[in-house]
Design a protein around this ligand. Sequence first.
Ligand code: URA
Length: 442
Amino acid sequence: MLPIPRLIERKRDGLALEAAEWRALIEAYVAGEVPDYQMSALAMAVVWRGLEPSELAALTESMLESGASLDFGRWKTPRVDKHSIGGVGDKTSLLLAPMVACCGVAVPMISGRGLGHTGGTLDKLEAIPGFNVRLSLDQAVEQVKQLGLVMLGQTPEICPADRKLYALRDVTGTVESIPLISASIMSKKLAEGLTGLVLDIKTGSGAFITDPAQSLVLARTMIGIGEAHGCRSVALLTAMDRPLGQACGNALEVIESLDGLKGEGPADLMEVTYALAVEMLLVAGVEQERPAARARLEETVKSGAALQLFSKMIAAQGGDPHVVDDYARLPRAPVIVDYKASREGVIVEIPPRKIGHAIIALGGGRSRTDDVIDPSVGLLIPAKPGDRVRRGDVLAVIHARSAADAAKAREALEEAIVLGKLATPRPLISERVTAAGVEAWS
Ligand code: URA
């Protein structure tokens, strides 16, 4: 029998557990032999005391080995994913997956749903009529080999230890721990059978971790785990003190992604998308220099190849591929109204948390895990912090199920979009982090 109370006491007192103890503990937890009350006490001890590098490695490995992985056998094609720490209006995955796959890099992307105030890739994809994100691991591998990309949800076979532990952490105040977050995310990413990983670490008021110094620690911790598993890893720190792009809400974000794949996306969205996609080509080793990688990616958009591949992926996963040319096939909200500036001024801020909560109130996100979301609703926000606006300028367009919902969204926007004299938004991309260290982005 594992001496669980002794392990908890040692962690509580700041001592490290042996790798073999972590392995035995995770195995026993998955087997139902460690009660949740003991595991949550241990998780809380980790929140306060952290983990030594050897403990972090053992915990990540044990969670990875608790389940199955995407098995590509001897397939030689480089496989790279991008993982974002969660944002509002962040639809970069939908754009960069087909762009990168068109450059000979496979993208096996296992994504999540909206969490808290942030949106999720799976919810966006499910706005496309018929799109199926519930593939088996074998189906996912097959599709990656045939098309070069797949976008699916986490299956019960992947990292069951994390599934159980994350659900426990969610209700015991133990999510906010850099080693626990890193082990949780990286065990799932490593289960994708990747050769490279690009992390998009959101920073600013709308990020889960709001302190930029802590964002850097998180980036370095996750990169350390990736590199230790032979998965070349790099992170960009990107701004989440305002929504990314203009569209916030699932069907609206699909439309904006399709516009982006046609070369018509908003500048900020395209800049972050290209920066992350360039890093994907570099970690894959198919390009060595940033300008060449960028030019190759731009060509996938200009030629229409990325859009065509996205449409093929939609068809392969049971969705309606004609949405790419006919947006009327996507869900559309019945009430669409402008929100206009009530006076002249400079937009000081558009806080992503308030925007995310307004979308949840419209029905486009969840406040409970079993809530059913309405993909048609959301907000289009062309305004950005720093813009000077005049009275009557359209700051946002509300897409709602009813006039009453639209009125509530208007109130939320009145509170969220602050007009004043001066704005100091964060740089869109501030740092690049690799195993070698941190560079300022230029
Ligand atoms: N997302 C995860 O998958 N795990 C965490 O611990 C936090 C966010």
